[in-house]
Design a binder for this molecule. Structure first.
Ligand code: TV1
Ligand code: CA
Ligand code: ZN
Length: 410
């Protein structure tokens, strides 16, 4: 025995299908589905599969995906591949989804309908096996959701999900199907109020937009946000300011909360923001279920992120939400430095099963072949808690963070 034990008093399930690992968005594209291979291997190496139920996910059906998405979009996604893209684009039913023009300097990317593209620099490329990938990550999240709805799990985990930018009839920011919106729509059949919390470094715009008229869902996103840079762009997607609080004049007003954060925030500052704002939101809203998007691009050293938080603090957000004792759906999301994504999500799997303090820094067993990322000297050789080196300049001022917390108090 390696000290890993089953949780007492609650049940955890893990929903996944390894087929998602084989997908490639493109050679230089930052989204790497093989970070999920690393995560799985690390979870297995620590023996965490013995502390929870592991479920093989099946693909979501088109009917399930249409609960939120436009039927034309769903049909396109179910048929699209690099081979079929051009022919599909010429079909009459899709013409109204082709954009007239878009912003420079991204006009190098030729866009088809639904913000999809086969150009190399596209955020949402059409790649081999894409349909399989999309319906599988969605299926995993919906199966996890069903476990909560049927009280078969208290915590359900879907690391391949959490794709918060997808819109009703448009892919955006590496996201095609919004598995989070679909999950919350299912949860609303049973739970009167659902709280969505998003610690990905990007604003959870797709989820917020879907529920902006809906008081039964409160969305709360923590994200990098700031003024326009030298190139005339904002940190993606550019939304989620402090005074973005749900659609004005509708019953959904005041049921969206946004915490815009300057670059370089450290553990102490993030803990302060997360715990004071999340606890106030929970006290005021009294949700009956929580969906937590755990995007790992908020970690220091992320290829796209600009925060300095460590795995320990990222995990403390998960623990803080878990200790509320509500049905909890844990999702993945962004995360672009693959070895750190795996470390964080493995650690958080351990936290969900009450094994957070039981993982030794060195991987205990060597039964399965392990990716080089966990053994090579170049990568800090198998440490679960690496010290992040590439720090961003910390532009967070404590007094300004305090003012933000006050302004978010109702
Ligand atoms: C292909 C090849 C695509 C290299 C995209 C970084 C690339 C990016 C690439 C990239 C990149 C973004 C934008 C500007 C949209 C554009 C999973 C018109 C080195 C949840 C999505 C970020 C984050 C999208 C997703 C962003 C998530 N950043 N190299 N693209 N505009 N897109 O800024 O929240 O983590 O960067
Ligand atoms: Ca976020
Ligand atoms: Zn992100």
């Amino acid at each position: 025995s390696n000290g890993i034990t089953r949780p007492k008093g609650h049940k955890v399930s893990f929903h996944y299908n390894s087929q998602v690992e084989d997908m490639h968005f493109g050679k230089t594209h930052p989204m790497k589905p093989w970070r999920l291979t690393l995560t799985k291997h690390l979870v297995l190496a620590y023996g965490l599969q013995h502390t929870m139920e592991t479920h093989l996910a099946l693909p979501a059906t088109s009917a399930q995906v249409q609960a939120f998405h436009d039927p034309d979009y769903v049909q396109f996604l179910s048929e699209v591949s690099p081979q079929t893209f051009k022919a599909l684009c010429t079909q009459p039913r899709y013409q109204k989804f082709i954009p007239a023009k878009h912003d420079p300097p991204y006009d190098a990317v030729e866009l088809g309908p639904f913000n999809l593209s086969t150009s190399p620099g596209a955020d949402c490329p059409v790649f081999d096996g894409m349909s399989t990938y999309l319906f599988l990550y969605t299926g995993a999240t919906l199966a996890a959701t069903n476990q909560l709805l049927t009280s078969q799990s208290d915590i359900a985990i879907s690391w391949s999900g959490g794709l918060h930018h997808a819109h009703k009839a448009e892919a955006s920011g590496f996201c095609y199907i919004n598995d989070i919106v679909l999950s919350i729509l299912d949860l609303l059949h049973l739970f009167p109020r659902v709280l969505y919390i998003d610690i990905d470094v990007h604003h959870g715009d797709g989820v917020e937009e879907a529920f902006q008229r809906q008081p039964r869902v409160m969305t709360l996103s923590y994200h990098r946000y700031g003024p326009y840079d030298e190139t005339g762009h904002r940190f993606f997607p550019g939304t989620g300011s402090l005074d973005d609080n749900g659609l004005k004049g509708t019953v959904g007003e005041h049921f969206a909360l946004n915490v815009p954060i300057p670059s370089g925030i450290d553990d102490r500052q993030y803990k302060y923001l997360f715990e004071s704002i999340t606890s106030r939101a929970i006290d005021a809203y009294k949700p009956k279920a929580i969906v937590l998007q755990c995007g790992a691009d908020s970690l220091g050293g992320d290829r796209l992120g600009q925060f300095n938080i460590n795995i320990k603090q990222h995990g403390e957000c998960v623990s803080f939400v878990k200790k509320q004792g509500l049905p909890l759906l844990i999702l993945g999301g962004g995360g672009y430095t693959a070895r750190n994504v795996a470390r964080a999500w493995c650690h958080e799997t351990a936290l969900a099963t009450d094994n957070g303090s039981n993982l030794p820094d060195k991987i205990p067993i060597d039964l399965i072949p392990r990716p080089q990322a966990f053994t090579g000297r170049a990568h800090g050789d198998g440490q679960l808690f690496p010290k992040f080196q590439r720090d961003h300049k910390n532009d967070c001022v404590d007094s300004e963070l305090e003012m933000m917390v006050k302004r978010l108090e109702w």
